[in-house]
Design a protein around this ligand. Structure first.
Ligand code: GLN
Length: 197
């Protein structure tokens, strides 16, 4: 199995390391042709406007969209979740549309928890990944987005105590508000690899 991690900006190295720890071939993706023989793709956290802009310059948006529409597993973490979303609610007073892959039937709200200083960590219940291990998933939120609304085909995987949706799946698409690559819990990466099998 070969998984690509979009390596334009943000926390891509940590995803690569996690995948390699799990014994999977993991490659950095910067060019459209590198998408061709992948079994799945991760779009990492970082800054979604920057990732979108560079991806547009490198001609990556359209091929990633095709890959997702063809049913290949694509996982967006944090900024990557924003890039995957069909709908990004207005950010501040900006009326500029950011370039997005826009395939997942969700509405995200960027920077939903406030500024960098409002970043936080919490333990989440994610029944889908619990397997034999019933422990909660320690989740790191860094200037994170949230899922304001999800379409009928979208399965909610995790919520905060106040019911805010922070992880969801739609068929071959996975989205998490937080950064599972920054902790040492491989369960979400394993879950994604199972989607790619
Ligand atoms: N705030 C960033 C954005 O809007 C996302 C932050 C992150 O990926 N940790 O793109």
């Amino acid at each position: 199995m070969k998984i690509g991690v979009l390596a334009l900006q943000g926390a891509f190295i940590e995803h690569i390391q996690m995948l390699r720890t799990l014994g999977v071939e993991a490659v950095e993706v910067r060019l459209p042709e590198q998408l061709r023989d992948l079994d799945g793709l991760i779009i990492p956290g970082g800054e979604s406007t920057t990732i979108g802009k560079i991806a547009t310059q490198y001609g990556l948006i359209e091929p990633i969209r095709e890959m997702a529409l063809q049913g290949k597993p694509v996982w967006g973490t944090c900024a990557g979740m924003i890039v995957l979303a069909k709908d990004v609610g207005m950010t501040g007073h900006s009326t500029m549309r950011q370039p997005l892959v826009g395939v997942m039937d969700v509405r995200v709200k960027r920077n939903a928890f406030g500024r960098q200083v409002d970043s936080f960590e919490t333990d989440l219940d994610i029944p889908e990944i619990n397997n034999d291990n019933q422990s909660k998933f320690h989740a790191v939120f860094i200037r994170a987005p949230l899922l304001e609304a999800v379409g009928p085909g979208v399965q909610v995987l995790a919520k905060l105590d106040d019911d805010t949706i922070v992880a969801a799946r739609q068929d071959n698409l996975l989205a998490t508000s937080f950064h599972p690559e920054l902790t040492h819990d491989p369960r979400l990466h394993r879950y994604f690899l199972n989607m790619a099998k």
